[in-house]
Design a binder for this molecule. Structure first.
Ligand code: 4NP
Length: 148
């Protein structure tokens, strides 16, 4: 799960998908990263933590890191939050770039529409709730799509 800062959107996506993986007793690994390194080492944004916990998910132990080309090889699927994340991941992956395993997360909710998860960074708490709902529904579809 990849966004820009790895403190607002992708930490929610990591926590939400991990929660569902546990609920469905699946043996999947999930991680998140930011295309930017400005927040490396930081915990998720306070409002991402608050909204996750409001929905029964504790993401306080997660730690921001920057996306690296090896992630493209290490993971079966790379979900990006918006179109600029997609371009950055493509550029940063270099020779490892694999478009067949990279997609916008919301294409799992709105197939073929190429919608982005809005960045809640510049707004208030309501934006984080909206983002939670979008990611939650997309992750439900990921579970349905890939579970055996
Ligand atoms: P995120 O949000 O990509 O969802 O983690 C942002 C976090 C930090 C910044 C921008 C977006 N920033 O400019 O520092």
């Amino acid at each position: 799960m990849v966004c820009l800062g790895n403190i607002c959107r992708s930490p929610l996506a990591e926590g939400i998908l991990r929660h569902k993986i546990k609920q469905h007793k699946l043996n999947w690994e999930v991680a998140s990263a930011g295309t930017g390194g400005y927040h490396t080492g930081e915990a998720p944004h306070k409002l991402s933590q608050k909204v996750a916990l409001y929905n029964g998910i504790d993401i306080s132990g997660q730690c921001a890191r920057q996306f690296e080309a090896s992630d493209m090889l290490s993971y079966d699927y790379i979900y990006v939050m918006d179109a600029s994340n997609y371009q950055d991941v493509k550029r940063m992956s270099g020779r490892s770039w694999d478009p067949s395993k990279t997609d916008l997360l919301l294409n799992e909710l709105y197939p073929g529409q190429h919608r982005g998860v809005p960045d809640p960074w510049y707004g208030g708490e309501e934006g984080y709730h909206e983002v939670f709902e979008l990611i939650d529904k997309a992750c439900d579809n990921i579970i349905l799509k890939f579970k055996a």
